[in-house]
Design a protein around this ligand. Structure first.
Ligand SMILES: [Zn+2]
Length: 111
């Protein structure tokens, strides 16, 4: 799985109260059990967010044109083997915290 990316965009900020932290995996490597328990919300044109229909936990972000799915890093049992990588959409971050972990920061996307 990819390094964990922290997304500080306004959608992620407002959904979580802080920011999204997500890894990703190729769809061909993703074996999903219990898909009937996931609700998908179209959050923007061409992209959707998946969450648990019972408890509301954020689980996925999926751009439909991509062959991979973003998975919230916090959903894995520990030790996850994941590591933080970069911060994106820092221009939209909340005004009540600073990012000072020394990792790369991008005002918008990093791609
Ligand atoms: Zn975001």
């Amino acid at each position: 799985m990819r390094e964990v990316i922290a997304c500080h965009c306004s959608q992620c900020r407002k959904q979580t109260g802080l920011y999204y932290a997500a890894t990703n995996v190729l769809d061909s490597d993703l074996d999903l059990e219990g898909a009937e328990n996931i609700t998908w919300y179209r959050s923007s044109p061409g992209a959707r967010r998946g969450f648990c229909k019972t408890c509301g936990s954020a689980l996925f972000w999926k751009r439909e044109s991509d062959d991979y799915s973003s998975i919230m890093a916090g959903v894995f049992d520990t030790p996850s083997g994941l590591a933080f990588g970069v911060h994106i959409f820092c221009a939209d971050k909340g005004d009540f915290y600073e990012i000072n972990d020394g990792l790369p920061q991008f005002a918008q996307s990093n791609s």
